[in-house]
Ligand binder design. Structure first.
Ligand SMILES: Cc1cc2nc3c(=O)[nH]c(=O)nc-3n(C[C@H](O)[C@H](O)[C@H](O)COP(=O)(O)OP(=O)(O)OC[C@H]3O[C@@H](n4cnc5c(N)ncnc54)[C@H](O)[C@@H]3O)c2cc1C
Length: 506
């Protein structure tokens, strides 16, 4: 048999896979990245790009004293206690300790970060935002891989692992629809992202009623999770998901920031300029991003907003989640609209009532949506004008509002068992926000792994030759809050790549 052409095959060309490939290639390994899509990037490329870490050189420069120990504690304050109880504390502590080194590694590759910015309950500012956006990670890592002779193969979907006895010795794939095999001398790193866009995995693990809810990231089809299951890996927290939550549909045209080149000279110029950009200007830029992907705050509904579907009908108790999201996914086109009356428009036009936010960085109010996202925000003086512009049958919204108002004024029970509202919807100004969809942002289930990112079987024994990183290798960690997923993707990739590169072939 001829010797394998590659030391390491990496399945997935998103953040964690490219970090693994770059770090392995830097350390002398012969690597190939298989990416099923035509373009690299995965969910990482559509992310905001925040990277949360403690004891970083950026914090030190800003005079912020921090401790890994404090970060490990604070990271546990974002999820509900029930979810946090399922966290792999040992692994999360281990990763947090290595994240600042990863940030320096990325900065050494030419990436520039803004911040750190605060995000309570983190006790000190720890959020570092890559400039000009998350695509910069992809371009910088791709450059490193190519510079060190690594191969990148888009259009290559991995669909099986090749085993010799128990050891994983290669990957079966389809390259532009043609079957191919990629053998390795050292190991296979699975970096295929999450399963938020796999209705089957969602139904199996979370329940059939959730299967109609889409993931934000269409490439997150859980292929890497299936590959792990097929070779006997033990899977943890597969029912834990980030979301579902409401999201405004993205604009057809990408924002200016997303259209700007994210690499090379432009990134360097942006990076050099960042320290001199006034905070207000930076916030305005970030606000534009905020109205692109962020989800409307739940509080809007507790304050009296209602949801209608594309036919202008109410269909759920808007204050109860995730039943609300399940109901939206069952509506025509899986979309809904949020209706605000004059009182709510005034209420949500100033602090502390915002429509969406990246905490402590920027807040987007009704007026911001009307200005920056006219495709999902409509203001009119009457319900009939709103209905006409959204192709809702005449009279439908007036009827829905009058039925709701009978409940809100105590004359009848709500048809969807809503309680606690006492303000009828009324006035001479109305705003309709949407379409909104119900989406999973990401999923938190993955195979069990050890500190070397080796995938473990049901007895806790490593499956030889098999490694998993990023969302494909969460190993039971709960990484809620902003910036920990990317920090993990980059850190797990960097560590796995370096480790495998240094290993002797078996
Ligand atoms: C809108 C949005 C904003 C976010 N913002 C942030 C943020 O600012 N900070 C943060 O920390 N987290 C954020 N997240 C989460 C974070 O982006 C992801 O968790 C992280 O980037 C995942 O990286 P990954 O490498 O594991 O997966 P991905 O980046 O998704 O990469 C997986 C890759 O594998 C490929 N693939 C899948 N199956 C196969 C196969 N069979 N064969 C070959 N290739 C395959 C996919 O096409 C994809 O390119 C955000 C998520 C979303 C949706």
């Amino acid at each position: 048999m001829t010797a394998p052409k590659h030391d390491i095959v990496i399945v997935g060309g998103g953040g964690s896979g490219l970090a693994a490939a770059a770090s392995a290639a830097q350390n002398g390994a012969r690597v190939i990245v298989l990416e099923k899509e035509a373009e690299l990037g995965g969910c990482t490329a559509i992310a905001v790009g925040s990277f949360t870490a403690a004891e970083t050189s950026y914090q030190k420069k800003a005079g912020i004293t921090d401790r890994v120990e404090d970060h490990a504690q604070d990271a546990g304050k974002f999820a509900t206690p029930g979810i946090e109880a399922r966290n792999n504390a040992e692994l999360r502590r281990y990763f947090i300790e290595r994240s600042s080194e990863t940030l320096d590694w990325l900065a050494g590759l030419g990436l520039v970060f803004q911040g750190p910015s605060p995000e309570p309950p983190n006790r000190v500012p720890r959020m570092h935002n890559v400039v000009p956006g998350a695509r910069a990670y992809i371009l910088a890592l791709e450059q490193v891989i190519r510079r060190h002779g690594g191969e990148i193969l888009p259009g290559a979907r991995a669909n099986g692992l090749i085993l010799e006895k128990r050891r994983v010795i290669g990957v079966q794939a389809e390259v532009d629809g043609i079957p191919a095999e990629f053998m390795v001398s050292k190991g296979v790193i699975l970096a295929a992202g999450d399963y938020s866009s796999s209705p089957d995995l969602i139904a199996e693990n979370k329940g059939k009623e959730f299967a109609g809810i889409e993931g934000i990231c269409a490439s997150a089809t859980g292929d890497g999770h299936r590959l792990c299951e097929a070779v006997g890996a033990v899977m943890i927290n597969m029912d834990v998901t980030y979301g579902p939550e409401l999201r405004f549909i993205p604009p057809e045209r990408k924002s200016l920031l997303r259209r700007l080149p994210a690499g090379g000279v432009f990134r360097n110029v942006m990076g050099a300029a960042v320290p001199f950009v006034p905070k207000g200007v930076m916030n305005a830029v970030i606000k534009r991003e905020l109205v692109t992907w962020q989800h409307p705050e739940d509080r809007i509904f507790r304050d009296g907003a209602i949801l209608v579907n594309a036919r202008g009908e109410r269909f759920c108790n808007e204050t109860v989640s995730p039943a609300r999201e399940i109901a939206i996914a069952a509506q025509p086109g899986k979309i809904a609209y949020i209706l605000l009356d004059e009182r709510l428009i005034a209420l949500y036009d100033q602090w502390p009532n915002f429509i969406s936010t990246a905490p402590e960085i920027a807040y987007a109010y009704v007026k911001d949506y009307l200005r920056l996202r006219p495709d999902v925000a409509l203001a009119m003086n009457s319900l009939s004008e709103i209905a006409a512009l959204r192709c809702i049958p005449p009279g439908r919204l007036e009827h829905v509002v009058s039925v709701y108002n009978r409940y809100a004024t105590g004359k009848a029970a709500d048809q969807f068992s809503r309680t606690g509202d006492s303000a009828p919807l009324q006035g001479s100004r109305w705003v309709m926000l949407g379409p909104v969809k119900a989406c999973f942002t990401t999923t938190e289930g993955a195979p069990a792994i050890n500190r070397n990112m080796q995938v473990l079987d049901g007895d806790g024994v490593p499956i030889p030759g098999l490694y998993a990183v990023g969302q494909n290798g969460l190993g039971g960690q709960i990484l809620w809050g902003h910036g920990l997923h990317i920090a993990w993707a980059m850190t797990s990739g960097r560590l796995a790549g370096r480790l495998l590169a240094g290993m002797k072939a078996p």
